[in-house]
Design a protein around this ligand. Sequence first.
Ligand code: ARG
Length: 584
Amino acid sequence: MEKLLNIISDKVSAAFAQAGYEASYGRVTVSNRPDLCEYQCNGALPAAKLYHKAPIQIARDVAARLAEDPAFSEVQAAMPGFLNLKLSPAFLAAYLEQTRTAPRFGVEPDPKAGAVVIDYGGANVAKPLHIGHLRSAIIGESIKRIQRFFGAETIGDTHLGDWGLQMGLVIAGLQERQPELCYYDESFTGPYPEEAPFTISDLEEIYPAASARSKVDEAFAARAHDYTVRLQHGEPGPYALWQHIMRVSKADLRKNYDRLGVHFEAWLGESDAQPYIPEMLREMDEKGILVESEGARVIEVQEPADTREIPPCILIKSDGATLYATTDLATIKQRMQTWAPSKILYVVDKRQSLHFEQVFRSARKAGLVKPETELRHIGFGTMNGKDGKPFKTRSGGVMRLETLINEITDFVRAKVVENKLVGDEDVENVTAKIAMAALKYGDLMNAPTKDYVFDLDRFAAFEGNTGPYILYTVVRIKSILARYGAWEELPIRAPETPEAKDLMLALTRLPDALELAYRDCAPNLICAYIYELAGCANKFYHETHILTEEDPEKQKGYVALVGLTKRVLETCIDLLGFEAPEKM
Ligand code: ARG
C-alpha cells in the first residue's frame, strides 16, 4: 500500500509542476507545528532562489492548484512561503479503511529480505544466565520478529558458549567432588550412564568454585586446561561428561528463555563450528591471507581509510590454539553453507565491537560471504543500577537472570493483588504478562547502544512511558469491544472530533515507524510510536462516549477506530516480544 506521506507528496509535487515549478519541491513532511496544520511543504523556500520569486508567491501558486483537491480540507500559504495542509476527514477515513482491510495493515514486505540469521542470547553453557545476557535475548527476539514481519525467513541462533575453558573447569571441578566417576577412569570401556551425575544446581556451584580455584591453584588450572584439550580431541570420558553438561544446561536455559518468551530456531554453539575450522584455515592459506605474526597466524584487517588502529585478527595462537574469532569465522562459514542468509545480525554487547569489526573484515577478505551479504553488529549498552554502575545484587554479585525475573514478578504480583486487578485464578497469568511488558519495554524503549538504568518502580508503573501503560490501553479497548459485540467488520468512518482525527493520523504513521525500526534494527522506534498512539487512543477514549453513543452509525465508527487501534497496538507489542492480558 502506498504510504500516506507519498500520496500527499505526489499531489503537492504535481501542483508544483502545474504551476510551472520543478516537481521535486513538493516533498511533504509531517508538520512540526501541529497547532497550525497536519502536514507541511517547505519547497517554495528553496524554489524561490531558483525562480527569483518571493517564496510566498510560489506557495500561493501551488496552493491555488491544490484548493480543489478533495484530499485536503485546508491548504494555506503562510509567510514566508510555507504550505500548511490539513487532510479532509473523508480522505483520511478512506485511507485508513484500506489500512484496516489490507494484510499487515498495508505495510509492504521487503522483497529482498531472504533468510536472516540473528545471533542472540549468547549464553555460556554451565554458567548461569546472568543479566548481561538479558539484553541480548530481549533485543534479539524483537529484532527477529521485526525481520520476520518484513518477510524474512528468520533463524534465531543462540550461539552457545559451549567449547571453551569453562568446560575443562567444570570437568576438573566435578572430579574433585566425585573422583570415582567412570568418566575419569581411562580403562573404562563403557557404555557411560544415561543419567547425568549432577543437577543444574550442582553445575552452578561447580563452575564458580572451579573458576576461583584455578586462579590460585596452578595444578588444578593445568588439569582444567588438560581436560579442555582432551575434550576438544574427542576423548570418550570428557566427551561423555560434556554431553551431560550440555543436556542439563540447555534444559535449564530453555526454561529461562521460555519464561522470557524468547525462542530460538537453532540451538547451535561454538562447538558446532569446530568441524569447519580446518577447511576454512586451508582456504585462507591458499588465498595467502593468513600471515605469520610473532608465532601466531593472523589476518591483517587495517584499511587505508581507517582513522584508528584495527589490530590483526588472530586465528591461531603460537601454541596452536584457536580463538573466539576463529570460531566466529567458522560459524559464518557454517551459516552460509546451511542457510545462505542475506544478513547475519549479531546482537552482542557493544564492548565486543572491535572483535566483530575484525571478524567481518576477515570474513570478507576470506570470501566467506558474498559481497552483498550484510554482516551487522547491533552492539548494546549496559543495564545499570540506580547508582549508575552495572547492575548487581544487593550483596554486590552478578545477578542471575532467574532471580531478576522472580524479583520483577513478585513486585508486579504485589501490585496486582493489592489493586485487586483480577480474580484469584488470573493473578499468575496476568502478573507474568505485566512483568514481561515492564521488563522488555523498559529495555527496548532505549536505543540499543544506550546504557540505561534498571528502575523497577518506573518500569512497572501503570502510567507514563511504560509497558504496563501500553497493556492497560489495549486492555481498556478490549473491554469496550467485548461489551459492544461484533466489531471486526465495521468500516472506518470520517472523524468528527479533533481527538478522533489525531488518533487516525497517528494510525497512518504505522508503516513509517515499522520501516525505520526494520531498517535500523531499532525496536525503540516501535516503542516511541506506540507510546504516541496509546496517548491518542486514551485522549479519544476520554473525550468520546463510545458505549453510550445514541447514534448507531457514529458508534460503529468509534468502535471501528478503537478496534483498528487495538490490532495495531497488539501487532506492535508482539514485535517487541510481549502480549496483553484480557483484563487488568
Ligand atoms: N558467549 C558470548 C559471551 O557471553 C556471546 C556470544 C555472542 N555471539 C557471537 N557470535 N560471538 O560473551
